[in-house]
Design a binder for this molecule. Structure first.
Ligand code: TXA
Ligand code: MG
Length: 454
C-alpha cells in the first residue's frame, strides 16, 4: 500500500488514452462534491482536454541543484551570481533551453513553476502538454524587471504603489496586455495578462539570463497539489520536462495572490503569499472574491478563481473540518471553544476511520492539543514512510493556527507526501481565514471531497 516514489512517477507517467474531460473536473464537481479522481484519472481527463489533445513525448529529465547569491535586489535592479560553477553551468543550460523554446521547471518563493518563453506560442503550448493543462486556463507571466513588463503590458497608475511595495514577491496583477506581443496560448484570448516578479533568486536570475518573460504555472500535473520541492516536480513531470532546477523547499508554500486592479473596487481573486491584511492599507476598498461576493460568471470561468477545474487534489480523499465562521477572528475564549469543537470532530472522524480498513491520516493544526492521538503513528517524513510497514493511522502535525504562514508552507507537501505514503483518507483540521489562513483554507476547500463545518 505504501508506494515508492518511483511507483508514483510511473503512475503519473502512464500513457493514458482513455477517460474524459468530465473525469477531471466540471462545474458539477464543486469542492464538497464527490471523491476527486486519482492522478491517473486526472491525467486521462486532462490529456483528453489539453491543448494538443495528446500526451507529450517522453524526454530524459535531469534534476540540477542550483544556488544564486544576491548582492542587490530592488524593483529596478537585480545584481546576483551563481554560488558555484555547477550552479552557473546549470543556469546557463536552463536559460538556453528556455531560449530554444523548451520548458524548464524552476523554484520560486511560492511553489515550483514550469516555465517557457512567454512570447512564443510553440514554447508555451509545451507547458500545457507537459502538465495536461486545459487549454482555456491562462498562465502567469514572470518578469525580472519592470522594463520587461513594458514590452508586453501597460502598468496603470493605480498599480505602481502596489508593485513598489510587493514586488519582487508573491503577488500577481492582471494588467492590460499590449496587442500582438504575448500569444493567445498564454492569455487564452483575454485582454489582460497576469504578471508577477518572483523574489526567489534562482527564478529572477534565470529570467534575467533567458532575457525574455517566462510564462509559468505551478509545475504539477493539472489538478494535483502544487509542488514545493524539486522531488514533488519530479513525481509529476519526470519524462515530461528536460530540466528541473532544484533550489530547495519553497518558502511561502502556496501560490501568489492574484489581484485585479482594473476593476473598481479592486478584487482579490486568489488568496496567496501576500495577505489581504497586507494589501488593505494600499487598497482600502479591496474586496475578496467568495468572502465578500460571488459571481456566477466568474465561477463558470476557467480563470482564477473559477471552480470549473478541480485543483490541489491528492489521490486520497480530503475531509476538511472547517471552524464555523463565528469562531474565527474573535477573542481567545471563542477560539478555545472552536478548538475544542474541532477536537471533538476529529475524534468522531477517527472512530469512523478506525471502523474501516483504509490507511488514513489526521493533519493537525492546533498545537494546544499537543498530545498524540490515541493509537496513531506520528509522521516522520516521506523517507521513513517508504522504509517501514504502513500504519493504519498517521498523526501529521502540520503546524499551529497561531502561525498560519508555517501551515501554508507545509500544506502541499503534507497532501503530496501522505498520498505517496499510500494514505486513502486525510482529515484536516481547518484554521481561521485570517492572514495566510485565507490562502490555506481556499486551497483546502478546493482539495476537499467533504467539508464539515464544526
Ligand atoms: O505563485 C504562483 O503564482 C505560481 C508560481 C509558479 O509563480 N504560479 C501559479 O500559476 O500558481 P497557475 O497557473 O497554477 O495559476 C495561475 C492562475 C490560474 O488560476 C489562472 O486562471 C489565473 O492565474 N490567471 C492567469 N491569467 C489570468 C487572467 N488574465 N485573468 C484571470 N486569471 C488569470
Ligand atoms: Mg496551479
Amino acid at each position: 500500500m505504501w508506494r515508492t516514489a518511483a511507483a508514483v512517477r510511473a503512475l503519473a507517467r502512464r500513457p493514458v488514452w482513455y477517460g474524459s474531460r468530465a473525469a477531471m473536473a466540471s462545474p458539477s464537481t464543486p469542492s464538497n462534491g464527490p471523491t476527486p479522481p486519482s492522478p491517473a484519472a486526472a491525467v486521462a481527463g486532462a490529456v483528453a482536454g489539453a491543448a494538443a489533445g495528446a500526451a507529450a513525448a517522453e524526454v530524459a529529465t535531469r534534476v540540477l541543484p542550483v544556488r544564486v547569491t544576491v548582492t542587490r535586489s530592488t524593483l529596478d535592479a537585480f545584481d546576483a551570481a551563481p554560488a558555484d560553477a555547477a550552479s552557473a553551468a546549470a543556469l546557463q543550460e536552463a536559460a538556453e533551453t528556455l531560449r530554444r523554446g523548451q520548458t524548464v521547471a524552476f523554484p520560486t518563493e511560492t511553489v515550483y513553476g514550469l516555465g517557457a518563453d512567454a512570447l512564443s506560442a510553440d514554447a508555451t503550448r509545451r507547458i500545457f502538454e507537459a502538465k495536461c493543462r486545459p487549454s482555456d486556463n491562462p498562465l502567469i507571466v514572470h518578469v525580472a524587471s519592470l522594463a520587461m513588463v513594458d514590452g508586453f503590458a501597460t502598468v496603470p497608475d493605480a498599480a505602481r504603489p502596489v508593485l513598489a511595495r510587493f514586488w519582487p514577491g508573491p503577488l500577481t496583477l492582471l494588467l492590460p496586455k499590449r496587442l500582438g506581443v504575448v500569444p493567445d496560448t498564454v492569455t487564452c484570448g483575454l485582454p489582460t495578462v497576469a504578471v508577477r516578479m518572483p523574489a526567489h533568486p534562482v527564478a529572477r536570475y534565470l529570467i534575467q539570463l533567458a532575457d525574455t518573460p517566462i510564462a509559468a504555472p505551478s509545475a504539477n500535473l493539472s489538478g494535483r497539489p502544487s509542488p514545493t520541492t524539486a522531488r514533488h516536480v519530479a513525481e509529476d513531470l519526470s519524462g515530461r520536462v528536460p530540466i528541473i532546477l532544484d533550489g530547495g523547499a519553497a518558502q511561502v508554500g502556496v501560490e501568489s495572490t492574484v489581484v485585479d486592479l482594473l476593476q473598481n473596487p479592486p478584487v482579490l481573486l486568489r488568496p496567496g503569499g501576500v495577505t489581504y491584511e497586507q494589501l488593505r492599507p494600499l487598497l482600502p476598498t479591496l474586496r475578496v472574491y467568495r468572502k465578500d461576493f460571488v459571481s456566477a460568471a466568474l465561477e463558470a470561468q476557467p480563470t482564477t478563481p473559477g471552480m470549473k477545474y478541480r485543483h490541489y487534489s491528492p489521490e486520497a480523499r480530503v475531509i476538511l473540518l472547517e471552524p464555523a465562521a463565528t469562531a474565527t477572528n474573535s477573542k481567545a475564549p471563542a477560539l478555545d471553544e472552536a478548538a475544542d469543537r474541532l477536537r471533538a470532530a476529529v475524534l468522531t472522524e477517527l472512530a469512523a476511520l478506525r471502523a474501516g480498513t483504509e490507511p488514513f491520516a489526521i493533519v493537525r493544526t492546533h498545537a494546544r492539543h499537543a498530545a498524540t492521538l490515541p493509537d496513531l503513528v506520528p509522521w516522520q517524513g516521506i523517507e521513513h514512510a517508504h522504509s517501514v510497514a504502513p500504519p493504519r493511522g498517521i498523526d501529521y502535525v502540520l503546524g499551529d493556527v497561531a502561525d498560519p504562514a508555517a501551515v501554508a508552507q507545509g500544506l502541499f507537501a503534507a497532501l503530496r507526501d501522505l498520498d505517496a505514503a499510500g494514505v486513502r483518507a486525510i482529515v484536516v483540521e481547518g484554521i481561521s481565514d485570517a492572514h495566510e489562513g485565507l490562502a490555506v483554507m481556499n486551497r483546502l476547500r478546493k482539495a476537499a471531497s467533504v467539508v464539515r463545518t464544526v
